[in-house]
Design a protein around this ligand. Structure first.
Ligand code: ATP
Ligand code: MG
Length: 401
């Protein structure tokens, strides 16, 4: 039969070149082949141009994909005004934290930021990013506790088309969006165990796979993680992998609670008054000594976020040029702060909470029934329901997608 093909042949002068070869048979009336007619067409030059065009095209496509990813990441970033916030305070405790920030920022090391709620972990993570060599690249922030457990892996690592029901097209994960930049994994204690394994692989081998994919993807991403839960207790309760903890804990930064750096309170108060007064179009010129004493003697269990909220509220209500705070807002909350001797019961509460969360992950958010979390924990469903309420666990986030 007639044929046509591309072949690489050696020419008489010894040079190899690409040709199109084509042939047509000449047959007699019985169909026997009498002879072949053929052509050889030198396409070497054309092919070279085509290859280099293809390479240029691939390169452009790669750059375009990268720009697209960075664009998404930057858009998300700009949405969050906190990017431009300052770190206020001059206490020795805060200075020590900032000194560590300055040391670790220019390196590519993984950083683990710990501290109570509202102490400024996210602010510090952003400061590390801003001072790093990756500051012109993406900063992608993921709150691991806010994403339903069954969706976290796909959110972080992406998925291929058809990886699970509903995955009707390929989706890039946060690690791919952060390529070349920094990823901030907030509330890392909320990561399900399977996802911990995948994250460990990223940290150890700099690679991961999309869900439903079988091709390893290289990752050049700096990881900053934060948590306000006690990871050591979570390790003892077997819900956080110790190997992952050691990988994350390369450079720990612990942010002290506000009650351990009371010297910062006057500066923070002034800073927040300025901010909220100008927002509300008010002029506040002074703060009474009584108010300042009150603010400094209060233990601030919600730390700087709580201080910020109290001041915002007070500024809104303030009718004079002298700033004051309603004492009742502080007293009620201070009753809940526990003395140091209750550290053990704190730990037990954390462990209990983590065990319940782990059981909910396994049961897909179901509390009762033979496969429910209550059965796994060996307690009555009604007891578990009331514990879930009192520990403020959001059981809905464990439901499968
Ligand atoms: N030193 C500081 N100076 C000014 N603002 C601060 C400071 N520390 C924290 N803040 C502000 O307090 C609020 C809480 O900070 P941030 O969100 O970083 O806390 P967090 O430790 O991540 O809390 P959580 O554990 O609850 O997520 C933010 O609005 C932040 O801008
Ligand atoms: Mg936070």
């Amino acid at each position: 039969v007639p044929f046509q093909d591309e072949v690489r042949l050696r020419r008489a002068d010894g040079e190899y070149r690409w040709f199109i070869i084509a042939g047509v048979p000449l047959r007699d009336e019985k169909g026997n082949i009498l002879k072949w007619y053929g052509t050889l067409h030198d396409i070497e030059d054309r092919k070279r141009v085509k290859d280099s065009l293809q390479r240029a095209f691939d390169e452009i496509k790669k750059l375009k994909d990268q720009l697209y990813r960075e664009n998404i990441a930057l858009r998300e970033e700009i949405d969050r005004a906190s990017m431009f916030e300052e770190i206020v305070g001059a206490s020795p405790a805060l200075k020590a934290v900032l000194a560590r920030v300055a040391k670790v920022a220019p390196t590519d090391s993984t950083v683990l930021i710990t501290g109570e709620t509202g102490t400024g972990k996210e602010l510090i993570a952003r400061a590390i990013y801003k001072l790093s060599q990756r500051s012109s690249r993406a900063f992608v922030s993921v709150n691991c506790a806010a994403i339903p457990a069954p969706l976290i892996a796909s959110e972080l690592f992406g998925h291929e088309k058809g990886a699970f029901t509903g995955a009707n097209q390929r989706r890039l994960g946060r690690f791919e969006l952060a390529e070349g930049g920094t990823i901030f994994l907030d509330e890392i204690g909320g990561l399900p165990t399977e996802t911990q394994v995948a994250l460990l692989r990223v940290l150890q081998e700099n690679e991961f796979e999309r869900l439903g994919g079988n091709q390893a993807i290289r990752a050049n991403v700096r990881v900053i993680a934060a948590t306000n839960s006690d990871l050591k207790a979570a390790i003892e309760a077997h819900i956080f992998r110790s190997d992952l903890f050691y990988r994350l804990n390369v450079f720990p930064i612990e942010i002290p609670p506000l009650r351990e750096r009371k010297e910062d309170i006057p500066m923070l108060v002034e800073y927040f008054i300025d901010r909220y007064a100008s927002k509300a179009g008010k002029k506040i010129r002074s703060t009474s000594k009584k108010t300042l004493d009150l603010l400094q003697s209060y233990p601030w269990p919600g730390n700087i976020r709580e201080l910020q909220n109290v001041i915002e509220r007070s500024v809104i209500l303030c009718d004079t040029e002298s700033f004051s705070v309603d004492e009742s807002w502080l007293v009620r909350e201070s009753l809940q702060t526990q003395p140091a001797s209750q550290a053990l019961s704190d730990k037990l509460v954390i462990q209990e909470k983590e065990m319940i969360k782990a059981a909910l992950v396994e049961s897909g958010g179901q509390v009762s029934g033979p496969l429910g979390a209550a059965a796994k924990l060996g307690i009555p469903p009604s007891t578990l329901e009331s514990k879930i309420r009192s520990l403020k666990i959001n059981k809905h986030r464990f439901k499968p997608a």
